[in-house]
Structure formats: C-alpha cells, structure tokens
Design a protein around this ligand. Sequence first.
Ligand code: NAP
Length: 295
Amino acid sequence: MRTGFIGLGAMGSGMARNLQRAGLLAGVWNRTAAKAAALGSELQCTAHASPAELARNCEALVICVSADQDVLAVVAAVAPALRAGALVIDCSTVGADTARAAAAQLARHGVEFLDAPVSGGIEGAAKGTLAIMVGGEAAALEHAQPVLQAMGAAITHFGPHGAGQAAKATNQIMVAGIIRANAEALAFARAQGLDLGKVIATLGRGAAANWYLANRGAYMERGEFPAGFRVRLHQKDLLICRAMALAAGAQLPVVEAALADYAELAAAGHADADISSIFLLKAALFAHAPARTET
Ligand code: NAP
C-alpha cells in the first residue's frame, strides 16, 4: 500500500522511518518544507510540495500534526485529491468531535478514515512500539493493519469514529497524574538529600515503577527537558479532556491541577519543553527548605 506521511515532528519522523522500513512509505509532506526535504533524502522518498500532491500519489495517508484545527486543515487539503477507496489514518491527539468531522468530510469523497492516536512517546515512535487506539469501521482497520503494525506494538479497536480519541483522552488524564506524582516525589527525594539516580533505579523496580520514571526521571535529575512531549501539547490534550468530562457532568481534579501547572510553566517560557519540566515547579516548592545538616 503506497503510504504518505504528513507531519514530521517529534513523533512523525520516527513513525515515517518505520513505514519506510516496512516498505510502505511512498512520500512525505511537512508544513516546514526543510524537514520534509531532509527526511525525504534520508529515506529516499519524495518530499512533496503540497499535501494534495502527496495525496494524489498515495493509497493511504498517515497524519500526525499538532491540534484539532491542524488536522481539519490537512483533511480539507487532501480530501479532494485522494482517490475513492483510499484510507486516512490520523495519529494526532485531537477531540472525538474532530475525528467524526474528519471522517464525515472524507466519506463524501469515498475515503475511509480512522482516528488512531498513539501513546509511547518519541521512544515508542522511533522503535515502532506505540500503543495505538483506533476508532472507525472494522473493515477500514483491517485495511490499515499493515500500516499500523509498522508503527505500533498494540493496536486496539475501541469502537466507531471518535472512540480512539476517547481512549487517548483517558491516557492523557493518567499521564497528567503520573508526571506530576513523579516530579513531586523526586523533588521531595532531592530535598531529603537522596541520590536521584538511586531513587529512580530502585523505585523503578518496585510498586511505583512507571514509564515516566523510567524514561523522564533522568531529565528531572539533570534538570534538562528536551521535547519529548511538549507542555503546550499536553495542555491542548487536557483542554480536550476537560471539555469531554464537563460534557459528562464532571470536573476532574487531576486535569485541573495539571492545567494550572502547565499555565505556570508556559508563562515562564517552557511551553515547548518536555512535560517533565513540571519538576521545576515541584523543586521550587522546596526552595525555602531549611538547609540539611549532614550527620
Ligand atoms: P511536534 O514535534 O510539535 O510536531 C508537530 C508537527 O505537526 C510538525 O511536523 C508541524 O509542522 C505539524 N503541524 C502543526 N500544525 C500544522 C498545520 N496546521 N498544518 C500542517 N502541519 C502542521 O509534535 P509531536 O510531539 O510530533 O506531536 C504530534 C501529535 O502527536 C500531537 O497531536 C501530539 O499531541 C501527539 N502525541 C505526541 C507524543 C509525544 O510524546 N511527543 C506522544 C503521543 C502523541 P512544522 O514542522 O511546520 O511545525
């Protein structure tokens, strides 16, 4: 299946490389053309001048762009250029309503759509081990399997269009709690005078083990937070989670607390840093701790 990739960011570049390894990648397009040119020459595939030009040359398209309006803009650009029977797989994290709107727009051109948001970070994107949460028709998922298997290790069909995004919103609520708990606990450990390397290695083998401790604990230890998963992207996800929860009649404390922290981080200039930069806020809680006396 000749597959094109749109959105060569932190996630998309790794995912496109895995499509190329699987022999599926026909071409790429990225808004900032220099990124597409560089990856096109690395992977020996065409960097197209427009999303429509890429769409005309493909049977399947994978999209991994930032937010709802970006997905809808890309879908509007490719829909008239795709042939009937083609398939669009959106791996961006967006609202379930956006997934349903994209599906409806593509259906008018006879094009299948799956919402297929992913989890596993840039590491999972590079290794092809992402968890992929799918919404859409079972037949479209069957059609998409070779593409999804090239990028992920766990592919789960959750239901109709939008159900994949609902599962991803669930994931993002969990991540909000986990990243804050890690940051708060590691800031506490440092204030106790503990060696963070030892804490991460040892607690990572016990009941508190989690992906963020294993993969982002070292960022907190070093005080360096390269994206990764940008603060502004998790903010965007949690605003989606907030709206979905409110529509179901609930306000979620974990979501609200994380949004407040991210607003503070963004105001301090960290919107493009990895979300593990939340450690900066937690470390500041201990800024006035009395100096420890060694015994
Ligand atoms: P990123 O590094 O910021 O890359 C975003 C990509 O989207 C870039 O290629 C950007 O193009 C493109 N883009 C943004 N707006 C666009 C528009 N209007 N039209 C066309 N292209 C547009 O983001 P990322 O970390 O790869 O994340 C991509 C998606 O995956 C997001 O929805 C995010 O929430 C989700 N996600 C991220 C992670 C993670 O750990 N990073 C994990 C799971 C899911 P330019 O190069 O021109 O800026």
